[in-house]
Design a protein around this ligand. Sequence first.
Ligand code: SF4
Length: 343
Amino acid sequence: MSLPLITDLARDELAQWCQAQGEHAYRADQIRKWIFGKRIDNFDAMTDLSAALRKKLAESFALFSSRVAARQTARDGTEKLLLELADKETVECVLMREEDRRTICISTQVGCGMGCVFCASGLLGLSRNLSAGEIVEQILRLDRLLPPLERITNIVVMGMGEPLANLPNLLKALASLDEKGGMGLSARRITISTVGLPEKIRELARQGKAYNLAVSLHAPNDRLRNELVPVNERIGIGTILEAADDFFEQTGRRVTYEYVVLAGRNDGPEEARELAALLSSRNAHLNLIPMNAVSELPFHDPGADRLRVFVDALERGGVTTTVRKRKGIDIDAACGQLRLRNK
Ligand code: SF4
């Protein structure tokens, strides 16, 4: 039977474990510094701990539970890992290099139950939630791809899965990064993306942390959104926008709306007008993501000219819009694509 993953323990849980072994609670921070700050890959490398404590750690915990099943590097330096977990399930995570930023994108579930019709991650449905340790482990694996003096600067929780459907484990993992002995990555540098689960958006706001919220809209009306994001039938755009407005009011953090641009499906002049009507009066930012073609799916990149017309119409309508830079286009960059190929 495999050992429990040490990163499944919050800082205070690890301190309690240390005390139960007759050690001082502060040993937990020493252990965490080795894991998060010094990129070690076995307990024996924790040289400021006694040999007896290192032995107990090795007998009680696994430091990692995954293995790197595939690694792809794009010409722009973007790297994607496919991690095989202890139960042979796989998840993807990505490191993106951009000037002084080192941004990673992590997954929160194996597969996804939201069923967005343009998404490779949703094609196989949801298998299970990731544990807090499995979420942390993606961060540690990606951090270890960087040279010694570079550190992860930003995290986007936009990989496989619906992050808010696994909120307790996600919050535990993210809290661990900012606590003593962690990576010093504060909530402001972390963006959590959601398809729009209103109650969970409010629960996130109640945490009192400065996480950034990104709501994946993908359509300006319920008729089209029900087609593209089937879970919308149970929720509706109006309810999601209300919850996002409450999030902004409570946290003061401006909400970003994400919109995958699907050629000929959601990028016409009427959609631009409707989208502007929804967003122009809100303190919101719109992030357009041109579709990354996946051979299994019938959706396409709009191309530069069509996209320009869409952006111009939105900006004329009073919406602050950016087009997300495409990273790693020469690898399986679309979320879930690498996993799909390795099935
Ligand atoms: S786009 Fe996100 S929420 Fe939708 S199916 Fe894919 S992973 Fe799930």
